[in-house]
Design a protein around this ligand. Structure first.
Ligand SMILES: *Cc1c(COP(=O)(O)O)cnc(C)c1O
Ligand SMILES: [Zn+2]
Length: 415
């Protein structure tokens, strides 16, 4: 069944056929929403909609705009279906009745980006694209390089030369052609688009290729399935639920919004959850627009320590803004000091986050303190990336360990 019917521009609402465009709206550069044949999907029963034996995002194949990419037994088929944890210690500390953490660090390349890159590789195989390319602060590149390597595609990755070494190492190990740009993420982004045009590569760029959000939406499906299973209720996804997401380009939050909209369209939920975007004070372009009460995203000069959300001009800003404004959510700003402190907090319950991963939790702390959420209502927060991606930040959060003489006496002195 081919469920993919075309695109709609998020700015001018123009509809395009599947073969008419590849990336953004030719008229205004707006991000394109992927359209699915909901009538056909609606004819399926829930049992046919979800392949329950598949422990990856491919369990939702009937809801995805690509056909089965093959690659069984490879990391391509292991993206998604990440665990949700219920950390009692943190819930009690915050006075929340139901706190859930969806831990994306258990994806094959250890970040949320695997969801997008898996679908991208699926699309690349469909259209016969041999070489895939992306600009990345590190995680999108590692995800694309890893998924490409899994099924024998070539990848080219443009990253800022300041990306954390662990992320660059991942790119190298996955055999990508790695080009470190002497400039920031935004410079890498522009260059990668020019290079893709020049050399005929298929470009995955976040907030540019419409298929990334279709991979990211699967996280919403998982919240719906997993929370329903854990709570035993028909569906815990309703307007009582608050979902917290850290935001850079704004494609994760847009994708999650799309996922819940799909569920609503298919009648699987009755109302949308509230979606909260969290940004650093030092990379606040979308939050600024939210606070100004308009849809004009003005670029900033981003300097946040959380490299994965350090973005001057968010490439999916409009849809990211609407994810909050259309769901009675909000944008929350936190300082980098609270982002680093949140790494240590998550560590107390056995979750290891990179700075951009802990940003969403810092946002929950702020939202609770500011009375933005009812403590009786459930909260889901994403850890979007592993702490192993940026050990320098982790050391900053945890401090140095002491070095001692190899004697019991020395141990005694430390107790
Ligand atoms: C990419 C990324 C984000 C932000 O996603 P956007 O789509 O750019 O908003 C957050 N956390 C981590 C770990 C990421 O890699
Ligand atoms: Zn348009």
């Amino acid at each position: 069944m081919n469920k993919f019917t075309g695109y709609r521009c998020s700015v001018c609402n123009e509809i395009y056929g599947p073969d008419e465009v590849t990336y953004t709206c030719p008229a205004d550069g707006g991000n394109l929403d992927v359209l699915l044949d909901y009538d056909a999907i609606n004819k399926l029963s829930v049992d046919d909609l979800i392949f329950k034996d598949d422990q990856s995002l491919w369990r939702y194949l009937p809801l995805l705009p690509v056909s089965d990419p093959g690659g069984r037994g490879t990391p391509l088929r292991a993206a998604g279906w990440t665990p949700v944890f219920s950390p009692v210690l943190l819930a009690e500390k915050l006075g929340l009745k139901n706190l859930w953490i969806k831990d994306e660090s258990s994806n094959p390349t250890a970040s949320f980006k695997d969801r997008a890159s898996a679908i991208l590789i699926g699309r690349a195989r469909e259209i016969g694209a041999e070489i895939v390319v992306t600009a990345s602060t590190g995680n999108a590149g590692a995800a694309l390089a890893g998924m490409a390597a899994a099924v024998g595609h070539k990848s080219v990755i443009f990253a800022p030369k300041t990306a954390p070494p662990a992320k660059i190492a991942q790119l190298q190990i996955f055999g990508a052609k790695v080009l470190l740009v002497d400039g920031n993420y935004d410079a890498a982004f522009e260059l990668s688009i020019q290079a893709a045009d020049e050399f005929g590569w298929y470009c995955r760029n976040t907030g540019y290729n419409p298929f990334t959000a279709e991979g990211k939406k699967t996280a919403a499906f998982e919240i719906w399935e997993q929370m329903t299973a854990v709570s035993g209720q028909p569906s815990t996804v309703s307007d009582k639920l608050s979902v917290f997401v850290s935001v850079g380009d704004g494609n994760i939050i847009s994708g999650i919004h799309k996922g819940f909209k799909d569920l609503l369209e298919l009648g699987l939920i009755e109302s949308m959850p509230r979606i909260f975007g969290v940004q650093s004070n030092e990379s606040a372009a979308i939050a600024n627009a939210f606070n100004a009460g308009n849809e004009e995203i003005i670029p900033v000069s981003a300097t946040t320590r959380a490299d994965s959300i350090s973005v001057d001009l968010p490439r999916d800003g409009l849809r990211a803004l609407r994810a909050a404004t259309q769901t009675n959510g909000a944008y929350i700003l936190v300082p980098d000091s609270e982002i680093i402190a949140a790494i240590a907090e998550l560590g107390k319950v056995g979750i290891f986050a990179e700075p951009a991963g802990s940003t969403s939790y810092a946002g929950v702390v702020k939202a609770v303190n500011d009375g933005l959420i009812d403590p009786n209502d459930p909260v889901v927060v994403f850890n979007t990336g592993s702490g192993l991606k940026d050990v320098k930040a982790a050391m900053q959060a945890a401090g140095e360990a002491p070095v001692i003489e190899p004697t019991l006496d020395a141990v005694r002195k430390m107790l």
